[in-house]
Write a protein that binds this ligand. Sequence first.
Ligand SMILES: Nc1nc2c(ncn2[C@@H]2O[C@H](COP(=O)(O)OP(=O)(O)OP(=O)(O)O)[C@@H](O)[C@H]2O)c(=O)[nH]1
Ligand SMILES: [Mg+2]
Length: 390
Amino acid sequence: MMPEAHQDAIRILVFCVALIILAIFTPFILKAFKKNKTSESEAPEQIIERESDSVSELLVTPPVEKVLAPISASGEIVLPGDETNTVEKALSKTRENFWGRIKNAFSSNSAQPLEDVEEVLYTADIGSTTVQSLMGHLDATLSSSEKKNLETVKKTLRDKILSILHASNGSSEHDHLEIAQRIKWAAEGPTVLMIVGVNGAGKTTTIGKLSALMAGQGKRVLVAAGDTFRAAAQNQLKVWTDRAQVEIFSPEGVTDPSAVAFDAVAKAKAQGYDLVIIDTAGRLHTQVNLMEELKKVKRVMAKNSPEAPHNVWIVLDANSGQNALIQAREFHQALNLTGVILTKMDGTAKGGVVIGISNELKIPIKILGIGERIHDLKPFSQQEYVDSII
Ligand SMILES: Nc1nc2c(ncn2[C@@H]2O[C@H](COP(=O)(O)OP(=O)(O)OP(=O)(O)O)[C@@H](O)[C@H]2O)c(=O)[nH]1
Ligand SMILES: [Mg+2]
């Protein structure tokens, strides 16, 4: 038998050990309980997000809230840390990829720097036809010693690129045209501008920026929601038209984009709008039926107003490089494009595509997209472009 005093001591010891264990584990137990509660309350939101994003929508365009730039308290659209987008800044990677590498070819003491230049040009998304024309020009106009001189090569290349740009974009005077002056305006009645291009090129965003600009200059703008393909497309366009403070034409239950375009032009004519911008669903130039659908959209508008659409502009993502050239060529064949908008010039090294499009297709480059904010839209200036890449 253990003496009673010993039994008491053991009881006290057991009690103390229990207290210590409790003190150690209580925070962990509380934490685990709290975590469990939080994940329960988050669960429905996560499920809702997954439900609202169909696979095809995720592949095509991010959800609206990710597509749009944030707005400051004063109503300005702001992207943190990037307040002043300029064309020169946007083209810095293209400059590095283009002129930076050409300069390297000369500083590496190569016996034949022009051969290296040719290689740079071939990988600068200009397109092989245009590279051959640039190289042919350098070869024909420079003496053998001039071919080894960086400054003469620079000047000759600049002049040749400018002459290519002038041939399809007009003289240097055109550089000074404002964006509004680059639109072909109807002699009477509403002007129609149809926007086309592949998925995710930036059509809707550009329409938002452009309509804000036109409305700011006193034009009555109607934006037609011709992308009836994706449910989220109308919502995205609505957010942009709200921001731009212009009217959207988005009739409920109408799934035929030609009907939307036709009715939009009729409404604009009846109600005295200045400009109708038609958004369309993105499609690949290889999708024959969808290209036929686009031709029909264009065709039916003429029934309302013989000259409409007065402008058919393609939006090209500069990141797609030479694919952009192919897209422009195919869309041009189907729709007879009257202008090009190159978006996402900010952050791409593939801005050389401007030269290839001008040289091969002779469709004027109207506007550059240089960011996701409402003001990140600039008229294309040939001089500024050349100064920025060389
Ligand atoms: N950095 C940058 N992003 C841009 C620019 N223009 C558009 N974007 C982004 O490109 C993405 C796609 O833009 P959308 O306007 O939805 O493209 P879309 O051509 O209408 O796409 P679909 O309707 O799916 O064919 C969005 O995240 C835009 O914010 C630009 O100039 N610069
Ligand atoms: Mg769109």
